[in-house]
Write a protein that binds this ligand. Structure first.
Ligand SMILES: [Ca+2]
Ligand SMILES: [Ca+2]
Length: 314
């Protein structure tokens, strides 16, 4: 009976986890989903621990162990070819992290071994969630040399995630860091043009709160490539993806309107996508037909100014 229950709960938790991973993968709610995932995973770990101990008749003892055990160092690892990376950290208390250390071993030699500086004690190291908390080690630019991506989440209700990307410099024989800020949204690694190299599929976070609350903000598509230490915005090279993203934003605008929101956040992002497609005039025409509220003149003027500042209108 207990075994059957254990199998059922195991199946249930595995299903829930895979659903959450799926949701996180395809959604751009970004760090909110990441938060849900991390907390759900932690709860699931505790349930698994309790279950395994309960089968041995040690429920009470194990529960005490789970909740009172002093925090140990945790590690996230990843490897590709002759490069192996390990990020270790301590959690002195809930939500706090310290002694975050990154080690990179290349060809059997430790080339990088440093404590990483944190913006604050809440900076949380995160792995690649689509691969069960592995540290991403991959050749981002196709030069046959793997890069290491150390991601962080700064905590808080929304913001922010950032990446520290390390590449091996053959001349100095050292690893050199590039930092990239993702804001609220994070990114998904995906080979969007099937050239064997992963792109960072993200969104333009400067639209957060720009014309509405966080929940009612929409975001234009943003795609980045990493090339020898530089992050390059290559969004305009993907017109089909932008077009489909724009039409999703339009649908979201319609749904928001049906639920009583003015939809200004989604319209703004839609128009930015249209500019990325060089269809700004068409976008404006649709907006002017769609948005008839009394603040329309001010909204349109503010939006035009914002799109200039964010360089969608050049
Ligand atoms: Ca590389
Ligand atoms: Ca690619």
């Amino acid at each position: 009976m207990i075994s059957a229950l254990a199998i059922f709960i195991h199946y249930l938790t595995a299903t829930v986890l895979s659903k959450i991973q799926y949701l996180r993968y395809w959604s751009f709610v970004g760090c909110c989903i990441k938060e849900v995932y991390l907390y759900t995973k932690r709860i699931m770990k505790i349930i698994h621990t309790l279950l395994s101990h309960s089968l041995m008749g040690l429920v009470v003892l194990s529960a005490a162990t789970v909740f009172t055990q002093p925090t140990k160092a945790e590690t996230i690892t990843g490897e590709l070819g002759n490069v192996r990376a390990e990020m270790s950290y301590e959690k002195p208390e809930e939500y706090k992290y310290k002694n975050i250390r990154l080690q990179i071993v290349r060809g059997g030699q430790t080339v990088f071994n440093q404590l990483l500086s944190q913006d604050n004690e809440y900076d949380r190291p995160i792995g690649d969630l689509t691969q069960d908390d592995k540290l991403p080690v991959l050749d981002l630019d196709g030069n046959k040399e793997p890069e290491v991506i150390a991601d962080f989440f700064t905590g808080g209700a929304h913001c922010c995630t950032y990446s520290l990307i390390y590449r091996y410099d053959r001349k100095s024989q050292k690893y050199i860091q590039t930092r990239h800020e993702w804001g609220n949204g994070g990114y998904i690694l995906k080979d969007l043009n099937q050239d064997g190299l992963q792109e960072f599929n993200s969104r333009d976070d400067s639209f957060a709160y720009a014309f509405s609350s966080y929940a009612a903000s929409g975001y234009p598509l943003q795609i980045w490539q990493y090339r020898q230490g530089k992050m390059i915005d290559v969004t305009r090279r993907y017109p089909k993806l932008i077009a489909s993203h724009a039409s999703e934003l339009w649908q979201t605008y319609i749904q928001a309107q049906q639920q009583g929101d003015d939809g200004k956040g989604f319209l703004a992002a839609y128009l930015a996508d249209k500019y990325l497609l060089n269809q700004g005039q068409d976008g404006w025409q649709r907006l002017q037909k769609a948005y008839k509220k009394s603040d329309r003149n001010k909204y349109f003027a503010d939006l035009r100014k914002f799109l200039r500042e964010t360089r969608y209108i050049k």
